[in-house]
Design a protein around this ligand. Structure first.
Ligand code: GLN
Length: 356
């Protein structure tokens, strides 16, 4: 009696297994990606887990040298990850906006490289680390404005001065269009942040004047500083920043809009500068921990790029002493480690990744 029951059960199991296999085979024939997707990492679970792990972390402090930034809600925390096939994974607050700040420097650099070629940047600002704070004047003086890069203030203000267009309005629309194309939607300027920074950016004015004095800015340094300040005040949410990062992860094509924003051949140089200087004088430590080209902003945004794998962004305003989002660094490190996003890991021999 028992034996018969067991036999029956086994039979039923076998039939069920065969049925499932048949269904899977049919589905696989119809859609090969369905089967491939089964072995793909669970992006959503990994993103959610990092959000949960760090949502109550209370380290760091909002930037306050730009008065409006001190007023931003420090609890705001959102993560977004976008893959080259346009899948979007998010956790937390992905609609609240913060000012893009220094993350914008990457895209102004991309515009200048696209329009004028890499050599324009190489010759003018250089593509080297300064090892100094992002707004260092010593770094300018040391080499008369050479031997730096477009991701520190001196290099970024100079890069903004190199954007084509002529009139301030034309240059501005060029900058705005570039940011919009990377984000995949129309962005707007946070007027409060813009006015607050414009009223307190005497140090950046000094930097602009010095870069003019050394011949890196060819004319109208005050206009370059003003446009740079406006560019830093553009509002973005975590998803916008992730789309911008994912565009760089996807050879310059925005994976959500399908538009080629910068030529693929220019992307490696852009990512190299991000790897060298994206987190200022903490760039080496960041690269050592993650291997990811990245860029931070004092508004609390942080983007990172794993070529062909994902673009990721976090918005969380409290910063460490170098000016980088604390939760941003922790969450991205955690997620990228889980996804084996470090491009220095051999995909064929990824023992380091497996040990983690
Ligand atoms: N607008 C800011 C400044 O020039 C940007 C700095 C940053 O995000 N690190 O000081």
């Amino acid at each position: 009696m028992t034996a018969v029951t067991q036999h029956d059960r086994a039979g039923i199991r076998r039939v069920a297994t065969l049925g499932t296999l048949a269904t899977l085979t049919m589905l696989a024939a119809a859609s090969p990606r369905l089967v491939a997707a089964q072995s793909a990492p669970d992006y959503q679970r990994i993103v959610t887990a990092a959000y949960e792990k760090y949502k109550n972390l209370n380290e760091g402090k909002n930037a306050d040298y730009i008065p409006a930034l001190a007023k931003v809600n420090p609890n705001l925390f959102g993560i977004a990850l976008i893959t080259p096939d346009g899948q979007v994974y998010t956790a937390g607050d992905i609609t609240s906006e913060v000012s893009i700040q220094s993350v914008s420097k990457v895209f102004t650099m991309a515009r200048v490289i696209q329009d004028s070629g890499e050599t324009a940047i190489e010759k003018n600002t250089g593509v080297d680390a300064t090892g100094q704070a992002f707004n260092s004047i010593v770094a300018i003086e040391k080499d008369k404005g050479h031997e730096m890069n477009p991701l520190v203030n001196a290099g970024a203000i100079t890069t903004t001065s190199m954007i084509g267009g002529g009139s301030a309005d034309a240059v501005w629309s060029n900058i705005m269009n570039t940011l919009n194309e990377f984000a995949g939607r129309q962005l707007t300027v946070n007027q409060e942040v813009y006015k607050s920074e414009a009223a307190t950016n005497q140090r950046n004015q000094a930097i602009g004047a010095l870069m003019y004095a050394y011949g890196h800015i060819s004319a109208n340094w005050a206009q370059a500083v003003d446009l740079y300040t406006r560019q830093c005040s553009v509002n973005v949410n975590a998803k916008d920043l992730a789309a911008m990062a994912a565009t760089l992860a996807n050879g310059g094509m925005n994976p959500v809009t399908g538009r080629q924003v910068v030529d693929a051949r220019h992307v490696p140089g852009i990512l190299a500068v991000m790897a060298t200087a994206g987190l200022y004088d903490n760039s080496g430590e960041w690269l050592y921990a993650t291997g990811l080209p990245a860029k931070s902003g004092v508004g609390g945004g942080l983007i990172a790029v794993s070529p062909d794998r994902f673009g990721i962004a976090v918005v969380s305003p409290p910063l460490d002493s170098a000016g980088n989002s604390v939760r941003g660094q922790k969450a991205i490190t955690e997620i990228s480690t889980a996804l084996r996003g470090n491009p220095f890991i051999s995909q064929a021999h990824n023992t380091i990744a497996k040990k983690r």
